[in-house]
Unconditional design. Structure first.
Length: 306
């Protein structure tokens, strides 16, 4: 069910109780109290939809340990996306530090972290970011706007060839809470088709634009076999802050399983620079490794923990 209907139902119930109180069927105090509860419930339902963390509307991956088991996205269920149990032992085990070489010997360390990038591909910043990741031999995850991927397929192919995970952000960047069922279905299906056409692989990870989701959004994602992946660390790199600020905010929240939301792209209408993010990533990779974190793409994490 769409969030607008849920909120509408709660607000309508609030109005009904106020009216019943006004007619004197119940005490005014009771009517006001019940109405206030319904108003709060409606607002809470919206807050849960726009808050990136939490499973109010279905299973959302916020940390690496939340990823569906064995790299397989569970079959759709009527109540929304239900994934397999969290990876056994993934939270408890002590993985290898990221020495820059995948598959290096295991030494006790801080754990795994994933850098994820939204809104690309977006030259020249996606190219520069790929250069940094290549130089540092680190893998990341890109949630692409498929419409832009059509314009820059070479960047998508490069990301894939260099070992990064390619996920879907949307065909066109839209607030999915505002889309009809049909619009959601078409946006995701078209996005999947475009990425499949470029990479030869069906994307299995989806980051909803802005991280917003309700029952309807989650059901559509499940129907299209997409795991909904949000984040646990959000340095707000799109707000014009510098590389040191981005770096500091991520380091302050670094922990095993953290999924970091960064941006290598922007709307084609605004064309903001993402240089601060690119520069911050170079600093982050070094510092996170010094702290013992193994930087992985989502696919890589699932491979390691299979
Ligand atoms: Zn976005």
């Amino acid at each position: 069910m769409r969030i607008v209907y849920i909120m509408g139902a709660f607000y309508l119930a609030a109005l009904v109780f106020l009216w019943v109180g006004r007619l004197g069927k119940i005490s005014r105090k009771l009517a006001v109290t019940v109405s206030a509860v319904f108003l709060l419930a409606g607002s809470g339902a919206l807050a849960a939809a726009v808050y990136p963390i939490g499973n109010s509307y279905g299973k959302t991956v916020n940390r690496l340990q939340d990823l569906p088991g064995n790299g397989v996205v569970a079959a759709p269920s009527p109540g929304g996306a239900e994934f397999a149990a969290p990876l056994p032992g993934s939270a408890a085990q002590k993985p290898a530090p990221d020495s820059g070489k995948t598959g290096s010997p295991a030494i006790p360390s801080g754990g795994y972290m994933a850098l994820t990038f939204d809104d690309g591909p977006y030259p020249p910043y996606t190219d520069r970011l790929l250069d940094v990741l290549k130089e540092k031999k680190a893998h990341a995850t890109f949630f692409l706007v498929a419409e832009q991927a059509q314009r820059h397929p070479e960047l998508v192919k490069r990301a894939l060839a260099e070992g990064h995970t390619v996920g879907l952000h949307a065909f066109r960047h839209r607030d999915f809470l505002k889309l009809t069922e049909e619009e959601k279905q078409k946006n995701l299906a078209q996005g999947k088709k475009v990425l499949h056409g470029i990479t030869g692989k069906e994307p299995v990870y989806w980051r909803p634009p802005h991280g917003f989701r309700d029952f309807s959004v989650m059901e559509e994602a499940a129907a299209q076999n997409l795991a909904v992946v949000n984040w646990s660390v959000i340095p707000r790199d799109w707000t014009g802050i510098g590389k040191q600020e981005i770096y500091g905010r991520v380091m302050a929240k670094a922990e095993d399983g953290a999924i970091v939301l960064l941006h290598d792209g922007d709307s084609p209408f605004y064309k903001a620079s993402r240089q601060a993010t690119v520069d911050a990533v170079a600093l982050l990779i070094d510092s996170l490794r010094e702290k013992g974190y193994h930087l992985v793409s989502l696919e890589e994490y699932q491979e390691i923990n299979r």
